[in-house]
Design a protein around this ligand. Sequence first.
Ligand code: AMP
Length: 209
Amino acid sequence: MHRIVFLGPPGAGKGTQATRLSRSLDIVHLSTGDLLRSAVSERTNLGIEADRYMRAGQLVPDELVIKVIEDNLRRPSAKTGFLLDGFPRTLRQAEALAIITPLDRVVSFEIPEEQLLERLTQRRSCPKCARAYNLATQPPRVADHCDDDGTELVQRPDDLPEAVRTRLTVYQDQTAPLLAFYQRLGLLRPINAAGDVDEVGARVRTATA
Ligand code: AMP
C-alpha cells in the first residue's frame, strides 16, 4: 500500500509534488497547511485559533493538527493509501501518527537553503484551489490568475520575509529531528529536491515505487 509522508523544509516543493503523485497513485493528498488555510478562510473555531500561529510562521499546537489528521485518516477515502504533506512536523506528532497508522515510506526533500528562500519569495498561490505557482519558474498562463479556475493569485502572509525566517528556524528546531526518527525506523528515502518539477517528480516516483 502507499502510505506516504513528505518531509522537508518550507519551499522544498512538497505540495507541488504531492499533488502530482497523489493523482498518479490515486490516493488522498492531506496537506495540513491547506486544511488549516481553509479553516482560516471559513472562520471555523480551528481556523480562528490557528490563524495567529500561521501568520507568525509558528507551528499550530500539536493537539489541534493531530485531531485534523486523525479525522481525515479515519475517512474511507484514506483506507487505500494516503500522502501526508506537512505532517508530522514535531516528534509528538510523529508519535501520535504511529499510533494511528503504519507508514510505508517517508520521502525527505533535500535542498540548499538559498534555493528555499528564492522559491518562497517567488511563490504565489490560488486562494480557491491552493495550487502553487512560482513567478520565475512556474508562472501562470495569464499573469496573476490561476490556470485551473481563474482566481486571482495571492502571496501567503507567511511567505513574507519575517515569517519565512521564523519558519526555517522552526523547521530546523522542531521538524528536522524527525529525519533521524524515520531513519531509525528504516522508512526514510532522501531525494534531491533541487531542479525542475519533472526532474524532482521522477526522483519522487523512484523513492516511492
Ligand atoms: P505549510 O502550508 O505546510 O507550509 O503550512 C503552513 C502553516 O500551517 C505552518 O507554518 C504552520 O503554521 C501550520 N501547519 C501546517 N502543518 C502543521 C503541522 N503539522 N503542525 C503544526 N503546524 C502546522
